[in-house]
Design a protein around this ligand. Sequence first.
Ligand code: ADP
Ligand code: ZN
Ligand code: ZN
Length: 679
Amino acid sequence: MQCKGKRFIEIAVGLPVYSTYTYIAPAGETDAVLAGRRAIVPFGKKTATGYILGDASILPEADVKPVCDIIDATPLFPATMLDFFKWVADYYLHPLGETIKSALPTGDIPRRDMARQAGTKTAIGDAVKPDVPPDLTPEQATVVSDLSARLGHGFDACLLAGVTGSGKTEIYMRLAEEALRRGETALILVPEIALISQAEQRFKARFGEKIAVLHSGLSRGQRWAQWLKILRNEVSIAIGTRSAIFAPFASPAVIIVDEEHDTSYKQDGSLRYNARDLALVRAKMAGGLVVLGSATPSVQSAYNARTDKFAVTHYLQHRVNNNPLPDITVVDLRQVQKHRGARAFISDELFHALKSTLEDGDQALLFLNRRGFSSFPVCAACGETLRCRHCDITLTLHKKINAYKCHFCGFSLPATAVCNTCGSTAIKHLGMGTEKIQEAVQQLFPDKSVARLDRDTTTRKGSIARILKDLKNRRIDVLVGTQMIAKGHDFPGITLIGIICADLSLNFPDFRAGERTFQLLAQVAGRAGRGEKPGRVIMQTYNPDHFSIIAATQQDFKSFYDQEINFRKALAYPPFSRIVQLKISATDREKSRDAARRAGDACRDMKHGDPAFAAVEVLGPVEAPIPRLAGRYRWQILIKAPGANLLKQFISRLINENGAAIKKGNARLVVDVDPFFMM
Ligand code: ADP
Ligand code: ZN
Ligand code: ZN
């Protein structure tokens, strides 16, 4: 809006405020496109960075201030993305300016143009050889022709449920190629960490310079360079982890979410979005196609497919080359005879299978979803555990660094630490982690190369790639690892998978515990037998009769789903409801409890005070399963409603009317929409 020669513009500042503000554009900028550019604006007594949304639509009140400066010469994202940002901010109840801020690369745009540096190398510096597209299998061909035909015909969502090794990535590449052929763009999301380098390599081998890559392993400068390539239409394909859902394509024709069930799509902090869910929203806004692929689809997506919320579900029942799915043997840990020493966690079945695999010159993966050496250091004199000073959890001994560490806050004690209660030096190292397994296997097979892949061995840049490369080139005989080994890798030399303890995630206080366990186990098992030789899986468990475990041994997500969905329905959990978790915390125990009580009372008053909220359920407040983390005392309230809109109305009214009162005395209140991490 212009008035008396002045141009009024609307700006969202990158601060925790829910409104947007009107400012006067600089005199020289009366006609330029301003939306999508950043500006420095006066805000209170200070200045702030803001994102220009466009011209103000209502005449502002009297004393409107001029912006101090406009930072960017051109917009940082296409105007079409503004509606998407607004949707995201609205849905996750997050300030718009902060939403845009967390979508963009951080820091300033580097002066030097780094876009040229990338070349046909991967982010970790591997040269990529161009590949020759294989002939599609009949199953793949059917899917590719159906999905290609949907391109350019408006919004469609598709679930691609294909067993591990069925060639889903090839399908993604054909779809991207089809989008390119039509002069359009494609966005591909993959889960965090290791998968990105593998997917990146395959896409670079196929598409060379035409792709941009966005993930957390890039430096700020590299991130900006990739971002600008997308923005300036220098590439037509972007591939990346969670945050790549914000890649600045004006209107992607296809968005692919690989391993759509993966929890790394949910951000656990600041803007708590789920990129898988946002892929659907963005595709709908762009009138494009969205493809969610997985061997173990999430209950949510499977439900959407069953209830015809999605246009089509494609199944790939066979592995490429018709390799059989691995044969899975379940070992009931309640029945096995306990060995001492190195064999304590390795049953006879697993030991003999390992032995013969290694004798044949093949490779094995051993999976245990817990890192460190001992997860349960306990005093032999008084029975107390060694605990973190700031969190209500036991410390984990890490032999490699000779220290006890807290896996939540990073607190550490030297390995020589004594019992905090009685001062005894006799600490028993119970509880196993990947480090202990690695040591045990190395003792059992001293002349084999036993390596480990977990967060501790991969802190340095490029270390994941190095380990995976060694695995591929068979410089590693046995790889012990956490869920990092579960994800999507394709190594033909692996013929044995040992699952040391299948139950670790089963009893988590989380309604998705069964789903996570099923997905993790089925994915790990799927790493076996991808080459010429058939694969074998030995799964050790204390719960051989649990349906999540049984379904995982059969790699049968349909049977898992059929049982799980009944349980969700009976308890009105998603997908039969929407939930928001309020996370309330304070550094003082009393204050945290009082704040939680105020929040709970406010919720109940609202529910009972307005018939519109009759269907809203308020559960809690309860102390969090981990009652203290990093020095903060924590409480939770779960709020359930049959639909997203009702829930949002409820929560936004709660925040507007009671937010400040709840936070009295420095308590923190976090709203987590569609929560994933409930501990
Ligand atoms: P998924 O993602 O379904 O687990 P991948 O896409 O990793 O499976 O495919 C498994 C392996 O099969 C890969 O090595 C891939 O290169 C190969 N592959 C995929 N499609 C074909 C095909 N049509 N012909 C030959 N090999 C294929
Ligand atoms: Zn003691
Ligand atoms: Zn801690």
